[in-house]
Structure formats: C-alpha cells, structure tokens
Design a protein around this ligand. Structure first.
Ligand code: GLY
Ligand code: MN
Ligand code: MN
Length: 444
C-alpha cells in the first residue's frame, strides 16, 4: 500500500478540526472557560548540564496540527472563531529554524509568527482567568501558567480515544512505515545480524531514529525475548541465533504505531509451532475488537487462550481453566493484553469511567492492564498477547507451591528461545475491526 497523499489528508482534515472544535466548546463550557490555550512545550535540560533532552511536544498541541518540532509555540481556541497558532520561528544560527508553516492544515488557522518566546504573550487572550491552559508547568509564560483544569482535561482526554478518520489515516501511515521496517529487521535477523545491527537496519528502513520513533525499539535475540522491555542491544551476534522478538513502531505526523513480531530461526521446529499457535490466538483476539465489548473481558479471554496453548504444548500439567484461576497463566503472560494508542503509544484515559472523570477498575489479579473501557467505534487499541519463559516468575510459582502445575522439562526446552509477543494495532468500528498492522504487513 502506498503512502497517503497530501490531498487525501487535506480532504480529511477539516472534519477532524471540526470535531476538535466541538469537543473544545463542550469542554470549555463544562469548565466555565472561554478559551483553550495550549503551549507546545519547551526543552528540558539535564541536571548540572547544558544538554537538552529530546523535545517531546505537548500531545494536546499536536492533536490540532502535525507540529512535532516546534517548542515555544502556542495554540488558542475560542469557540466560534478560527483557531490561532502562535508560531515561534526564532532568529537562531545554532539550530535549524522551523520553516514557514505549510501543508494541508495551515489554511484553517490564523497564524502569527513570533521571533522570541516572550512575544507569545501579546497574542494570548486578554483575560487569563477565562483561559483553560493545558501544558506542563515550565511551559508557562508571564501570567499564562498552565492551570490544567481537570474538568476540561477529563473531557478532552476521554474523547481522544475516539479517532477521527483523519487520525486513522495518520495511524495507518505510521503502521505502513513500521511494517516495512519490520520486514527489513526480519531479513537482518535471518542474515545473522546482532541486536544492535538489526536495530540500525530497522531505523534505516523506517528513516527514523530514537528522536523520531514513538518508543525505544525492543530488539531481543534468544533468551533476551524473556525481558519484557529489553533495551540492551548486544553489539555482537550470539554464537547461535535461535529466536527474535522485535517490538518497534514508527511515527507519522505525531501518531504512533506499536508492533511486535516474533520469529524462529528454524522454521520447522517446535518454537515456530508455538509462535504459530500464539499468532492464531492473537488473530482471534483482534476479531474481538468490537463495539460494546469490554476490553477487560478481552484481556481475561486472552489468558484462557494462552493457557490453552500452554496446555496443548504440554508446558503445564493442569487444565487451562485451573491455570488461569491459580495464576499459573500469569507467570507466562504477565502483562496486559494492550492499551489505547494514538498521539501517544500508550494513549491517555485508559481507565476513564466517563468524560466527567471516575475510574474503571482493573480486574482483580491483573495489575498491568492499561485499558478497562468498553470498546466503541473509533477506538484504536493494541492487541499484544505474550508467552514468555521468565525465571523470576517461574520461581515464584514454585515458592507458591504451584511447581507441580508446570512441566519443567518442557519449560527447559523452550527457555533458550526467550518468549513470544505478537502485537497489532486495531481500530474498532461499527462492524468488522480494522487491523492496521496486518493490513500493512500484507502489502509489503
Ligand atoms: N512497546 C510498548 C508496548 O507494547 O506497550
Ligand atoms: Mn503496546
Ligand atoms: Mn509494543
């Protein structure tokens, strides 16, 4: 599938903007404010040092326009008016100065160019008390210190779960870049590259590096696949390459993809069969991304599915149901089934009970689930079941007296392969879900 055209984005953007305007009007009315004011954010510096951390734009800002490298800019939204973008274009010969605003979105804004951060003040609304200012504390300028009213934030963050068609198009593009880079990473793995080498191949294929990617690549060979957030990236290949787990995404116009694949070097061995079983189960879970379905149930169903695989592969000696009840399945699958995704790889408001606040609890015994809402059209979520051989958790089972539930010889046979995770980004619709990840893998 080829990349999205500027004209296609131009056609989708006005509806996105209209929806944001409507949401903002409602949020401001609920909070008793007249204006939404959003700083893009500022640079952070390392302690006792003059080095800055990579700039991360305020997500509330990039929701409106694909501006991800513009610290010191501001957005002002007043219901009934065109939004104003206060755009910092400093006189600076140390850094690249942001270019003139351009693209499909600019015609919808009143744009004021400023040359120093302080100039923004003259263009912000007259009465600061009437402003909901959303941002981090250090973004404040003069009396415009972020007040982050919870009523306004709860409303906007809750509704951010529902992506507009424009946002889905951007996420599809982030998935396209990710899928292409995953293919290149698999080829590097089959060629015997090191973790570091595979990482570089991935970055090259995506044309993105640490400052662009939505999260740090997880590139794990062999046993390293059992470390959920493995970040070491060995510089040398292992003596023997058996397996490869890669969790790596891509960004596009501020939106993320989050993709995991697991490969066996030997495509005819038992580890490949285990991957196939998890892959089949994962696709059945993706099919559960349907309007009205509770994501907590999806997570609990996934535990049973993983426990069935453990049973089929004789890794456990108890029934799948008993494995779930006793917590044995959690030792092999110790994280949540997924999370919302969009402007942030782990999108906000995963536990929001309503757009007025409140918390939907996690199921007892499942502390790492990040999304507890009922699925509705427009929601984009990841589906990422896993099955790992993690010493620490397996030892805990023994300590709890659950050792006899596990077939330790079989565990020993699989341990050199680390573990399996398969992760897709899936959009809930009125009908069949859209699997952004599989759609793009099928095309490259
Ligand atoms: N890559 C982080 C996650 O899968 O949630
Ligand atoms: Mn994820
Ligand atoms: Mn991931």
């Amino acid at each position: 599938m080829s990349s999205i055209s500027k004209s296609a984005l131009a056609a989708l953007y006005p509806q996105h903007l209209e929806i944001l305007q409507q949401r903002t009007a409602e949020a401001l009315q609920r909070g008793g404010f007249d204006h939404l004011v959003v700083p893009s954010g500022t640079l952070h510096y390392q302690f006792f040092d003059d080095r800055d951390y990579p700039y991360a734009v305020n997500p509330q800002f990039k929701h409106w326009a694909p501006l991800i490298r513009n610290p010191g800019s501001w957005l002002v939204v007043t219901p009934g008016r065109r939004p104003t973008l206060i755009y910092l274009q400093p006189f600076d010969y140390w850094h690249v100065v942001p270019e003139e605003p351009n693209g499909y979105w600019t015609e919808h804004f009143d744009i004021v160019v400023i040359r120093t951060p302080d100039e923004a003040q003259q263009h912000l609304p007259g009465d600061v008390a009437r402003c909901a200012i959303l941002g981090e504390p250090q973004s404040g300028i003069g009396e415009f210190a972020p007040n982050n009213p919870p009523t306004v934030i709860s409303y906007l963050e809750y509704h951010r779960a529902f992506k507009t068609p424009y946002e889905i198009a951007l996420m599809r593009e982030a998935s396209r870049i990710g899928a292409r880079a995953h293919r290149a990473a698999e080829r590097a793995f089959r060629g015997g590259a090191s973790e570091f080498g595979i990482h570089l191949v991935y970055c090259q294929a995506a044309l993105q590096d640490a400052n662009d990617l939505p999260y740090g690549n997880i590139v794990a060979l062999n046993e390293h696949g059992a470390v959920l957030h493995y970040m070491n990236r060995d510089r040398l290949p292992p003596k023997e390459t058996r397996s490869f787990l890669i969790d790596a995404g891509a960004s596009f116009n501020g939106y993320a993809s989050d993709i995991t694949r697991t490969y066996a070097f030997n495509r005819n061995g038992e580890f490949q069969a285990l991957i196939n079983a998890v892959d089949n189960a994962q696709q059945a879970m993706c099919a559960q991304v349907r309007a009205g379905f509770d994501y907590r149930q999806l997570h609990l169903d996934a535990h049973l599915a993983i426990a069935r695989i453990l049973h089929d592969f004789r890794l456990i000696n108890v029934t799948p149901e008993v494995a779930v009840e006793t917590g044995v399945s959690s030792a092999f699958f110790p994280h949540g089934i997924g999370h919302g995704i969009g402007l942030q790889v782990h999108d906000v408001a995963g536990f929001a009970e309503s757009d007025r606040g409140g918390t939907l609890p996690k199921p007892a015994g499942h502390p790492y689930l990040r999304l507890t809402r009922v699925l509705e059209p427009g929601m984009a979520v990841t589906i990422e079941p896993g099955l790992y051989f993690i010493d620490m958790l397996l030892e805990e089972l023994k300590d709890k007296g659950l050792g006899p539930s596990v077939n330790w010889d079989r565990v020993a046979a699989f341990k050199p392969f680390g573990g399996i995770r398969i992760e897709d980004d899936v959009v809930c619709t009125d009908g069949d879900p859209i699997n952004l990840t599989r759609e793009q893998f099928a095309a490259v």
